[in-house]
Ligand binder design. Structure first.
Ligand code: NAP
Length: 502
């Protein structure tokens, strides 16, 4: 019989590492962290495209208990995030429990042994008393469903599989997509391309980026007087929180807050692009916040350069030479960049097949009913399962607020369970339903339901048109609930088979 670990964690990004740190704090030392990629860091290991940087202030994009005084810029470049992840993993000695290049296909609750049986791609199995999935929201690259995309004879590169070996200097480059990734990449491509054509289907809101190098004395102050960095973090978090709560979640009652965000982006565009025709093409026709807005100072000006074209005519097909639009025009290309984002709803909810009690299949159950996880983390009939990237789990704009809210939930849950001498928890179906009703009511006030989002094509919405990704409450309220949720929302039981030591 396979050894039963205290917990199996799928994913070695910031979410999986935060969960591992929390489990260790609670005395669970026998952890197995399985990672599909060849190193830790999740998004920050996978994404390596030129221009990659965090898209919210770095002081808020880190664990509050592991501040990093060394960020070089207000919006740190990608490699610094990867280095930070490595440092945290080393400090908490997590790497020895990680196994890389391991894809998990399936997990099944074994009722007889009260543990999870996890099946790997090669057919091998691992077992854990607890199962945590930390597979990220944005981890399955989306290939565009454009006819002929495989016929292109030049180089094709998706932003999540960046290949530094692809020659860009002096080339004719085409890029499909204008999401947050493309906003960072397009100015970098324009610096080296002989010609750049940007294929935009839906424009994005872009606001000014208050970026810059963090001066040496500030970094020294952050290192020597941690309170100063805490203050910077509080300021950053508060601004993001106001943007999110007032501008997006309370849209029905505070439409002016949303209008301020929209006006800031429109003013930015007007200042940077004088040509009214180009400006019109870059102006979104949906409400601010329907899809994630982003920050950039060099995105809009890139389109005013003579060697950069913004193409808004629908792509008809791709052939071996380049891209042909619906009006019959073609652009011959040497390199095709796919900044086409991620497939969330078809392949990532959940990222693997998860079978709970009485044969409940999580993916099928969510699709046949409605997407929901109690407090964005647990699901009825899935005992001892923490789904960290769940419907209604994402709270605020920094992923770290979500991670730390979930760590607080784990602490309360495991402490209560152990007080009762139990090893198995399961959330009650009624608690899950009540949570879903409450989230549905709150969403009614948000821009997602009360605003005009039909043309946004936002990945926040699932195939039923419901915006169930983000938790429609403030991060303060999410954190408070994580520390105070009613304990009788859970049922606790003793395990049928104890975990063998060693
Ligand atoms: P995205 O926001 O989903 O954008 C994908 C883009 O590709 C969209 O413009 C989409 O157009 C276009 N597209 C997809 N399929 C297409 C097709 N068949 N034909 C034409 N256009 C197509 O993905 P992303 O830009 O990778 O960003 C995803 C998220 O990652 C962001 O919202 C952000 O949260 C995160 N991100 C973070 C950072 C950071 O912190 N550094 C950086 C980048 C991204 P439509 O809009 O019309 O579908």
């Amino acid at each position: 019989m396979t050894h039963v670990h205290d917990a199996v964690i799928i994913g070695a990004g910031f979410g999986g590492m935060g969960a591992a740190i929390q489990l260790r704090r609670m005395g669970y030392d026998d952890l197995l962290i399985l990672e599909r990629e060849d190193d830790l860091g999740g998004t920050w290991h996978v994404n390596r495209y030129p221009g990659l940087a965090v898209d919210i202030p770095s002081s808020t994009y880190s664990y509050s208990f592991e501040p990093n005084p060394h960020w070089s810029r207000l919006f740190a470049p990608g490699p610094e995030l990867k280095a930070y992840a490595t440092r945290v993993a080393d400090k908490y000695d997590l790497r020895r429990q990680m196994r890389f290049g391991i894809a998990v296909t399936r997990a099944r609750w074994d009722e007889g042994a009260s543990c999870w049986e996890v099946t790997l791609e090669d057919g091998a199995q691992e077992r854990g008393r607890y199962l945590l999935t930390a597979t990220g929201f944005l981890s399955q690259p989306r290939m565009p469903d454009i006819p002929g995309v495989d016929d292109f004879a030049g180089e094709v590169v998706h932003t999540t599989r960046w290949d530094d070996g692809v020659e860009l200097e002096g080339k004719r480059i085409g890029i499909i997509g204008t999401g947050a990734t493309a906003v960072q990449l397009i100015p970098e491509l324009a610096k080296v391309a002989a010609h750049l054509t940007v294929y935009q289907r839906t424009p994005i809101y872009v606001s000014p980026k208050l970026d810059g190098r963090v001066p040496g004395p500030v970094r020294t102050a952050f290192a020597k007087v941690p309170l100063t960095q805490k203050a910077a973090r509080l300021a950053g978090t508060s601004i993001l929180e106001v943007m999110m709560v007032a501008g997006v979640l309370h849209y029905r009652n505070l439409p002016w807050a949303n209008a301020i965000g929209k006006a800031a982006c429109e003013r930015h565009l007007k200042r940077q692009v004088k040509d009214p025709e180009l400006r019109a093409k870059l102006t979104p026709d949906y409400d601010f916040g329907c899809k994630r807005p982003t920050f950039s100072n060099d995105y809009y000006p890139t389109f005013t350069k003579p060697h950069v074209d913004l193409e808004t005519t629908t792509i008809d097909h791709i052939d071996e030479r380049g891209i042909v639009t619906a009006d019959g025009r073609r652009a011959d290309l040497d390199v095709l960049v796919l900044a086409t984002g991620f497939n969330l709803w078809d392949e990532n909810f959940p990222a693997i097949q998860v079978i709970g009690r009485m044969g409940r299949d999580l993916g099928r159950w969510w699709r046949d009913n409605r997407f929901c996880a109690y407090e964005g983390i647990t699901v009825p009939r899935f005992p001892n399962f923490l789904s960290l990237n769940s419907p209604y789990s994402y709270s605020g704009l920094s992923y770290f607020t979500t991670i730390e809210t979930q760590m607080a939930h784990m602490e309360r849950l495991f402490t209560a369970m152990r007080k009762e001498g139990a090893e198995v928890f399961e959330v009650r179906e009624e608690a899950n339903n009540a949570f879903l009703d409450r989230m549905t009511d709150l969403l009614g006030n948000s821009v997602f339901n009360a605003g005009s989002c039909a043309t946004a094509r936002s990945y926040y919405f699932n195939q039923h048109g419901e915006a169930v990704l983000l938790r429609p409450t403030s991060t303060i309220s999410a954190h408070r609930e994580a520390a105070r949720f009613p304990l009788d929302d859970y049922v606790f039981e003793t395990a049928k088979e104890p975990v063998a030591a060693g």
